[in-house]
Design a protein around this ligand. Structure first.
Ligand SMILES: Cc1cc2nc3c(=O)[nH]c(=O)nc-3n(C[C@H](O)[C@H](O)[C@H](O)COP(=O)(O)OP(=O)(O)OC[C@H]3O[C@@H](n4cnc5c(N)ncnc54)[C@H](O)[C@@H]3O)c2cc1C
Length: 491
C-alpha cells in the first residue's frame, strides 16, 4: 500500500526544516522537499554567508586599532579570496550537519523540485507523495526592480555579491535596510569607498528615529557617504539616473515637480561610473563620484512552487494565510518568507514551531510582528524590538536613553558609541532600541520582557552581572524613573 505521510513540506529553509524537526518530534511522519541546498536563503545566500564575511571585515577593522590595545602588528594584508573561501567552508559545514540533524529525527529528505498537484499530493521527479497535511515554505528571492535590473556585472543583487572573489573599490548601495547597511559596513571595514542611496528621509527607515540618527553619525564617522530622499530613476547601459527631490517638495509645501532635482551617474570608459550632480541639492552638492558596482539591496518577492489542480489564494504576491498560517485550503499551510510577515529567519522558525503546534495540538498560533526582534550586524550592532517612539505618539509613555559610554565594560573594550533606549507604557516595556556591542543579545532580554508583559518593578528584581553590556539594560529600565545609578543627576 502506498505510504501516507502525516506531513509534506516543500522547502528546506529555516521555515521548512524547523517545521520538519518539530513535527517529527511530535510523532509525525514527515517528507521534506528541497530543490537546491538545505538551509535555504538563510544558510546559503543570507544570514550565514553575510555574517561570516562581516566577521572577517570586523576582525580586519579591529586589527587597525591593535596598537591602541598594546599589540603591534607590522604587516596586515587583506586577502578577500580567503574570506570568500572561508565563507563557503562555513556554509558547507553547516549544510552537511543540518541535513544530518534533520534526518536524525527520521525526516525523509527528497532533494528534488516539488510540485503541488492536489490538496494532498506532492509530485517530485515523477513520484507522487500522499500527505495528510502540507506546508509550503518555499521562501523568497531578490525582486527584479524596474529600472534596477541586475546583470550580475555592474548591477548586483544580494545573491550575486556573494559570488565575488574580489571586490571593487567604489560601490553604490541602493537601500539602507538591513542588507544595505550590513554590506555598507563590510565594504567600509575592508577600506572600500561606499555610497548609500536611500529613498526614505532617513537611514534604516523602519528603525526608531534615534537609531537612524546614530547610524547617520556612525556612517559619517566611518566616511560612508549617503544620500537620503534619493531615488534611482533608471540605469540605462552606462547611465544611472538619480532623482533627488528637495525636502520642501517631499513635505508637500510646494508641488512644482519641475523642482525635482536630477543627477546623472555615467559609467566612464575606465570601467567606473560617474555621478554628475550639477543639478542636485546640497546632499549631492554637485560633486562627482565614480563607481565600479551597484548593489541593489532592496525588494524581495515570494517563490511559489508550481501548483496544479488547486488554487491557493494570494495576498498581493505573497501567500494569504489566516492567524494559524492556514491557506484557503484547510490542510495546506504556508510559513516563512513566502507569507511576507517579516522576512527574517527567526520569524520563519517561530512560525514553523507555531504551525506544527497548531496542526498537532490545535494550539492557536501567536505571531505578532511587533514582538519580533530586528538586528543589523556590524560594529556596533543595532537591534530593536517592539514599538518606536513614533508609534507611541499620542499615548502616555516614558522613555529612557542610556549611553553605553557610562559602562565600565564599554570603556574597557573602547566601544563607547551607543545607547540603549527603552519605552514603557503603564510600567511595562513596549519597545527597546539599541546601538551597542552585543545588541543582538541584549535585544533578546527586552523581547522576553515585552512578550511576558513584565512590570518594570519585576524586571529590576533581576541581578545583572558586572561588567557587562547587560548593565545597560538594567540602567535603561532604572532610567524610566530617573533612577540610573551610573549617570549624573538630571541626565
Ligand atoms: C543577504 C541576506 C541576509 C539576511 N540576513 C538575515 C539575518 O541576519 N537574520 C535573519 O533573521 N534573516 C536574515 N535574512 C532573511 C532570511 O534569510 C530569510 O528570512 C529566511 O531564509 C526565510 O526562510 P524560509 O524558510 O521562509 O525561506 P528560504 O530560506 O528562502 O528557503 C526556502 C527553500 O525552499 C526551496 N524551494 C523553493 N521552491 C521549491 C520547490 N518547488 N521544491 C523544493 N524546494 C523548493 C528553496 O530552494 C529554499 O531552499 C537575510 C536575507 C538575505 C537575502
Amino acid at each position: 500500500m502506498e505510504k501516507i505521510y502525516d506531513l509534506g513540506i516543500i522547502g528546506g529553509g529555516p521555515a521548512g526544516y524547523s517545521a520538519a524537526i518539530r513535527a517529527a518530534q511530535k510523532g509525525f511522519s514527515v517528507v521534506l522537499f528541497e530543490k537546491d541546498s538545505m538551509g535555504g536563503v538563510c544558510l546559503n545566500r543570507g544570514c550565514i554567508p553575510t555574517k561570516t564575511i562581516l566577521h572577517c571585515s570586523d576582525f580586519y577593522k579591529n586589527l587597525k586599532k591593535a596598537d591602541k590595545f598594546g599589540i603591534e602588528i607590522s604587516d596586515k594584508k587583506l586577502n578577500y579570496e580567503k574570506i570568500f573561501n572561508r565563507k563557503n567552508d562555513v556554509v558547507l559545514k553547516i549544510q552537511k550537519s543540518l541535513t544530518k540533524l534533520v534526518q536524525s529525527f527520521g525526516v525523509e529528505i527528497v532533494c528534488e523540485e516539488a510540485k503541488l498537484i492536489a490538496q494532498d499530493k506532492i509530485e517530485a521527479n515523477e513520484n507522487i507523495y500522499q500527505c495528510k497535511n502540507i506546508i509550503l515554505a518555499t521562501g523568497s528571492k531578490p525582486a527584479n526592480i524596474k529600472g534596477l535590473e541586475t546583470d550580475g556585472q555592474f548591477v548586483l543583487n544580494s545573491n550575486d555579491i556573494l559570488n565575488l572573489k574580489e571586490i571593487p573599490e567604489n560601490i553604490l548601495i541602493v537601500g539602507s535596510g538591513a542588507i544595505g547597511v550590513e554590506w555598507a559596513r563590510i565594504f567600509n571595514a575592508l577600506d572600500k569607498n561606499v555610497t548609500v542611496v536611500e529613498l526614505a528621509e532617513r537611514l534604516l527607515p523602519l528603525a526608531d528615529v534615534d537609531v537612524s540618527k546614530r547610524l547617520d553619525r556612525l556612517f559619517k564617522k566611518n566616511k560612508i557617504k549617503f544620500f537620503t530622499g534619493t531615488k534611482v530613476e533608471s540605469i540605462n547601459d552606462k547611465t544611472v539616473l538619480l532623482s533627488n527631490c528637495p525636502r520642501k517638495i517631499r513635505d508637500k509645501e510646494q508641488s512644482d515637480v519641475n523642482e525635482f532635482l536630477e543627477c546623472h551617474l555615467e559609467k566612464v570608459s575606465s570601467g567606473g561610473s560617474k555621478v554628475r550632480g550639477d543639478n542636485c541639492d546640497t546632499r549631492l552638492d554637485g560633486q562627482e563620484f565614480t563607481f565600479d558596482m551597484v548593489l541593489c539591496a532592496i525588494g524581495r518577492e515570494p517563490v511559489l512552487p508550481q501548483i496544479e489542480g488547486i488554487s491557493i489564494d494570494l495576498n498581493g504576491k505573497f501567500v494569504k494565510v489566516d492567524d494559524n498560517f492556514r491557506t484557503n485550503i484547510p490542510n495546506i499551510f504556508a510559513i516563512g518568507d513566502l507569507v511576507g510577515k517579516m522576512l527574517l529567519a527567526h520569524s520563519a522558525v517561530h512560525q514553523a514551531v507555531s504551525v506544527i503546534d497548531y496542526i498537532t495540538e490545535q494550539k492557536q498560533c501567536r505571531f505578532d510582528t511587533n514582538r519580533v526582534p530586528s538586528v543589523i550586524y556590524g560594529n556596533p550592532e543595532i537591534a530593536w524590538v517592539g514599538k518606536t517612539e513614533e508609534m507611541l505618539a499620542g499615548l502616555e509613555y516614558k522613555v529612557s536613553n542610556f549611553p553605553v559610554a557610562a559602562l565600565g565594560k564599554a570603556m574597557a573594550d573602547d566601544e563607547i558609541d551607543g545607547f540603549v533606549k527603552v519605552l514603557s507604557v503603564d510600567n511595562k516595556i513596549v519597545g527597546a532600541h539599541i546601538v551597542s556591542p552585543e545588541a543582538s543579545a541584549l535585544v533578546q532580554q527586552f523581547a522576553l520582557m515585552i512578550d511576558n508583559e513584565l512590570k518594570t518593578d519585576d524586571i529590576l528584581k533581576t541581578v545583572f552581572a558586572h561588567p557587562t553590556y547587560s548593565e545597560a539594560v538594567f540602567e535603561s529600565v532604572l532610567g524610566l524613573d530617573n533612577m540610573s545609578l551610573s549617570l549624573p543627576k538630571g541626565m
